[in-house]
Design a protein around this ligand. Sequence first.
Ligand SMILES: [Zn+2]
Ligand SMILES: [Zn+2]
Length: 286
Amino acid sequence: MPWIPPELRKDAGEIEAARARRLPALVEVGAVRGDLHVHTTYTDGRDELEAMVRACAARGYAYVAITDHTQAVRVAGGLDASGFRRQARAIDGLRRTIGGMAILHGAEVDILEDGALDLDDAALAALDYVVASVHSKLTMPEPDMTRRVLRALESPFVTALGHPTGRLLGKREPYALDMPRIARAARELGVLLEINAQPERLDLCDVHVRLAREAGAKLVVATDAHAVAELGFMRHGIDQARRGWCAAADIANTAPLAEFLELIGRRRRAATAARGSRPAGSAASA
Ligand SMILES: [Zn+2]
Ligand SMILES: [Zn+2]
């Protein structure tokens, strides 16, 4: 029988998988090519945009997404559409001075109580990467919370679902969410499910990571860093991915830049194409 990595030794089918030579080649932290959930002093981060970007470049990443909060998160000083436009100009400036790494302009957009997003489509369309997260009304019953999150995932501008269950270890239970249903929807819609690497979150949990992987959903490991020092949390997220049986191919941000951009652009292009063809279609039928 091949050696079984310690992360898998939980009597959860690993012995059978080893005997059948079907153990996954677990993802390694060195395979990560970008961080896709990063805050700055534009909202509640403690280090400035340029410092965060330079620190990501220094880690050797091929890409980073800057994802500050939207306005619903008042305590974090969330940005409105004009705030994001201002940040877009600053990011453009950094693109001219920092070479070798793609800087994606993103946002961590609040999922409001009814599943609507806290930015309009025009503002969302101007972004390269959108993490949608729940930060309020965490005690909804499971069917309502599931409906709320599903509605958000249906927006073609949403790239990833951030810290999908909202748990804070030792402080807050996960909110009630039908995770098999969310994982199926994520696969069908092409939305990434985040493994948030903050040590107090580690969200998704290992069981849900494995469930998502087996449902065919793609995952993304991201630090949700609020300071340069937190970019190093990546290894905790990768450990979590390993506990959930993930190989590098299961984790979107192990892909080279071109492949990654192709993956995250797919839904948007489909939505834009559909929107573009609608007037022509209606004209033809009129
Ligand atoms: Zn968040
Ligand atoms: Zn965040």
